[in-house]
Design a binder for this molecule. Structure first.
Ligand code: SF4
Length: 241
């Protein structure tokens, strides 16, 4: 299990829990707006033993672990690692880009994960641009169906600038976000999902596509317009700062 960074605990990443966070290394996507470039490019492997030992020292008050990345489902030792968290009676939240439905199916079948958060990279027709790679469309659609079967789950989309085919870079639009919401409803056969519309936050010298560093945060007015439209298809949509 390759872990590139950890957080001792926080109250934000796992709703309702005091959770430690393990950031796994590597990802099979190249999202232009990704903040995790250091984890994707030759991050040192801290290993899992130190993290597990830390969890033993805080077992009286840390009650959950978030596994994020990078993309955790790429880790061959993910299942045994989660097993060690389960042995410690910890709740587990997994953040995923949805590219690996086989792993999600196993985690679901074995009851290993309590909460899954899946990134939906905008509407399907834009996934090659928003995820930075092609060929994961079927897997992501399959993952949506599986995610909606976990005890707790959420879908989320960052309203980021998208490099377009014509060379322009512009934020995801209201129309495109409505298409993403409709896709979630269609893929899962339901609309009662938690869906978070997240703002893009630029970071100097920290994004996979440096051209996006010149952009501001997602304008509040755009987020509000998107929220109003997306609520028509997913009534449990919230804005997330
Ligand atoms: S934002 Fe994209 S590239 Fe970055 S870790 Fe997530 S899925 Fe991978």
């Amino acid at each position: 299990m390759k872990i590139g960074a950890t957080l001792g605990f926080n109250l934000i990443d796992y709703p309702g829990k005091i959770a430690a966070v393990a950031f796994t290394t590597g990802c099979n996507y190249l999202c232009p707006h990704c903040h995790a470039a250091p984890l994707l490019r030759n991050a040192p492997d801290l290993g899992s033993e130190g993290f597990l030992q830390y969890l033993d020292t805080v077992k009286d008050w840390v009650n959950g672990v978030v596994i994020c990345g990078g993309e955790p489902t790429l880790q061959p030792n993910l299942v045994p690692f989660i097993g060690k968290l389960r042995d410690r009676d910890l709740c587990v939240k997994l953040d995923t880009n949805g590219s690996n439905p086989k792993v999600l199916e196993r985690l679901l079948g074995e009851g290993l994960v309590d909460y899954v958060a899946m990134d939906v990279k905008g509407p399907r027709f834009l996934w090659p641009a928003t995820a930075g790679v092609e060929g994961h469309e079927e897997a992501m659609a399959e993952s949506m169906k599986l995610v909606a079967k976990f005890p707790e789950y959420e879908f989320r989309t960052t309203v980021a600038p998208v490099p377009r085919g014509d060379g322009e870079i512009t934020f995801l639009t209201v129309h495109e976000m409505a298409a993403a919401a409709k896709l979630i409803a269609a893929a899962t056969g339901g609309a009662a999902h938690k869906y978070y519309v997240q703002k893009f936050v630029p970071r100097k010298n920290g994004l996979l596509d440096a051209r996006l560093e010149a952009f501001p945060e997602t304008p509040v007015t755009l987020l509000q317009e998107i929220h109003k439209e997306v609520l028509k298809y997913l009534p449990n949509t919230q804005l997330r700062g």
